[in-house]
Design a protein around this ligand. Structure first.
Ligand SMILES: N[C@@H](CCC(=O)N[C@@H](CS)C(=O)NCC(=O)O)C(=O)O
Length: 308
């Protein structure tokens, strides 16, 4: 059993990406179920306010965002690799496309078609997350119908990538692009109304989805939130690797704030404990959990030096 704990909930597609990566790495891990909407009183003390799903924890360290979780898992378990060198650049580009250009319409499509079957408060919560006013249920339904038309041509692109009979999106070797596109396609299964008919015209895409699903989640043990909090409290943040700051970066020991660039844009404040081209970590203290190191990716995030 690794010390890893994933904070997640079942219908989160980004959590599904993390679950599948843990399975791909052959890990035994523990899971804490978190609420799908704010507030998340057992999560935000650990993260300093980051509320998105999923978050990975090991003792008094937490990793926010699946792009950083992927890097952390790769560092701990290099083989099998999520980042084969031959496709790394193309793969990262596909990840950004899949998780933004494809994901946003997918979320609006599936949630809109399932408008009447989503957990109470979800539509209002998600609008708030994106800085939008609370929509009427009619508006959510209409967005579902509209966004189907933005999803369809992009699913055709994915199908086209697989048309020559390759096993994975960028060739015969699986890579991070497959995980990123898979979790968006996985979301079609959505809630009560299954939208998977959208990929039915593409048998090779369906076969790829099933190949990805077969990776599984590794060995999951469910635990109560109190266990994760107690472990954080009992631990101290791991000694950071040597930093490699770039021009203008807040330096280790300086105070800084970090937030997501796209949605859920609450600032998290702390003292920089590690910074390099891919990651920035903040040391924080919280009454409930003690000292924590909260790790963020650089790409897709924003940061500022803070005056003390
Ligand atoms: N870039 C982030 C995106 C995470 C994300 O948007 N997750 C969704 C759930 S699938 C979310 O946080 N929704 C709001 C919530 O769970 O509070 C990642 O890769 O982890």
């Amino acid at each position: 059993m690794s010390g890893l704990i994933l904070h997640h909930y079942d219908f989160s597609n980004f959590a599904e990406k993390a679950r599948l990566m843990l399975g791909f790495k052959g890990l035994a891990w523990r899971g804490v179920e978190i609420p799908p909407i704010a507030p998340k009183p057992d999560l935000t003390p650990l993260t300093g306010g980051y509320r998105r799903t999923p978050v990975l924890q090991d003792g008094a360290d937490v990793w926010c965002d699946t792009n950083l979780i992927a890097r952390e898992l790769e560092r701990r378990v290099p083989s099998p690799t999520l980042f084969p060198p031959a496709t790394q650049g193309a793969a990262e580009i596909v990840v950004r496309w899949a998780e933004h250009q494809l994901m946003r319409p997918m979320a609006l499509f599936v949630s809109g078609i399932n408008a009447d079957h989503m957990p109470p408060g979800l539509h209002a919560d998600r609008a708030g997350l994106h800085g939008l006013p609370v929509p009427s249920i009619e508006a959510v339904r209409a967005a579902g119908v509209r966004n189907r038309l933005l999803v369809r041509p992009q699913l055709a692109w994915l199908a086209n990538m697989l048309e020559d009979g390759r096993s994975y999106l960028l060739g015969e070797q699986i890579c991070i692009a497959d995980f990123a596109a898979y979790h968006v396609v996985w979301f079609l299964r959505g809630r009560k109304i299954d939208c998977s008919a959208e990929i039915a015209p593409y048998p090779k895409l369906v076969a790829w989805r099933d190949r990805m699903a077969a990776i599984g989640h590794g060995q999951l043990t469910d635990i109560a939130p109190a266990v994760a909090i107690a472990e954080a409290r009992a631990a101290t943040p791991a000694t950071p690797r040597p930093s490699a700051p770039q021009e203008g970066d807040p330096l280790p020991g300086e105070r800084a704030r970090v937030r997501a660039g796209d949605n859920g844009r609450d600032w998290i404040v702390g003292d920089v404990s590690f910074v390099d081209a891919h990651e920035i970590a903040l040391l924080r203290h919280d009454e409930a959990v003690g000292d924590m190191a909260v790790h963020f990716p650089r790409l897709g995030y924003d940061w500022r030096r803070e005056r003390r």
